[in-house]
Design a protein around this ligand. Structure first.
Ligand code: KG4
Ligand code: ZN
Length: 336
């Protein structure tokens, strides 16, 4: 097989990342500069600050990715970049860097959907096989996507309100853990017990949609009422109970959808795929209920935002000559 090298760039939110990927599956380099510390004191990502950091970092990170991979611009076959969804100002930094490189080195330009990138993070470990179902759970998205082939996406279900990661981050704020709260809540959940009663919204419904805003409100009310009555709260137990409610709905609906769609692989993707409880619960459910299905979960370093996953998704487009032109723009609300 001919060797194809893609330089990939990701700047959709608060990570500036560049990677060099061979044939959509081998990581030659994957540099990720996180801005989390700059946003933490504001309790969330500040778009202006994100754009500013991306501008400062992008050239350095791209040079570092090429250097680490020991690849020169002349050896590249394409440059790929996240076009959306994400923060428009942040996306534009990556898009413009990619356009400049494509123009200067006469390279094809590939525009990649961030969500597809999260799914293809798994391709960097195990070849994807179709049909597959992917549960994409991140700070901005909670979706069940069915893929009949490597270039076809159907939304089977999605959240009607908050994304799972967003709910984690919001209740993290109530418990006073640093932003983003998901990782901290996950740790606390492992120290606590599922003793508080929280709703499992839509779990019985005859569809594959999710809702997390009721759970979030119920959590906030529980903490608020306890404080008003001067009752002690057990933060670890609250975290464990919240996490159990999230996992129950995610796993239940995902397993049901995988059965209905009769898939070969089930994929977990996105930042929340780093959640220890979710990983374990899904592994258990698949081994018990979907014995013919292969479960793919990315290693922790490929769960959060990174450019390697963008390079993996871009390879499909390279094979199909699916290129962008210089009118490419950031598309904050892009869907699959
Ligand atoms: O995919 P990602 O890096 O960015 C988006 O595309 O949104 O996902 C970030 C989200 C945040 O909400 C963060 O709290 C959540 O992933 N997250 C976790 C864990 N690690 C990261 N949520 C639950 N448990 C974790 N261990
Ligand atoms: Zn993401």
């Amino acid at each position: 097989m001919e060797k194809k090298l893609i330089l990939a760039i990701e700047t959709s939110c608060d990570e500036t990342s560049a990677a060099v990927i061979e044939n959509g599956q081998t990581i030659l380099s994957n540099i990720v500069a996180s801005q989390i510390k700059s946003h933490q004191r504001f309790g969330g990502v500040v778009p202006e600050i994100a754009s500013r950091h991306h501008v400062e970092q992008i050239t350095l990170i791209i040079e570092e990715a090429l250097e680490k991979a020991d690849v020169s611009y002349d050896e590249l076959d394409a440059v790929a970049v996240t076009e959306g969804p994400g923060l428009v100002g942040a996306l534009l930094i990556g898009v413009n860097a990619a356009k400049a490189i494509a123009f200067a080195h006469d390279l094809p330009l590939i525009a990649v959907n961030h969500i597809k990138g999260h799914i293809f993070a798994n391709q960097l470990v195990t070849p994807l096989e179709f049909p597959l179902l992917s549960l994409v759970v991140s700070g901005g998205h909670t979706e069940l996507l069915y893929m009949a082939s490597e270039d076809s996406y159907e939304i089977v279900g999605e959240t009607r309100d908050d994304a799972a990661g967003e709910a984690y981050d919001k209740i993290g704020r109530v418990l006073g853990v640093p932003y983003p709260g998901g990782k901290h809540i996950d740790q606390m959940a492992h120290e606590g017990k599922d003793t508080y009663e929280f709703p499992r919204a839509m779990i019985q419904d005859d569809n594959f949609d999710f809702s997390f805003s009721g759970l979030k409100s119920s959590f906030i009310n529980t903490v608020h009422n306890a404080k008003q009555k001067n009752e002690e709260i057990n933060a670890n137990d609250l975290a464990a109970s919240f996490q159990a409610a999230v996992i129950d709905v995610l796993v239940d609906k995902t397993i049901r959808a995988a059965k209905e769609k009769n898939v070969r692989q089930l994929i977990l993707a996105g930042g929340v795929a780093a959640n220890k409880g979710l990983r374990t619960a899904l592994e258990k459910a698949v081994s018990e209920e979907l014995t013919d299905v292969e479960l793919l979960i990315p290693p922790l370093e490929l769960c959060g935002d990174n450019a390697a996953m963008i390079g993996a998704a871009a390879y499909v487009q390279l094979k199909n000559n699916n290129y962008a032109d210089f009118s490419l723009n950031g598309r904050p609300g892009l869907s699959v």
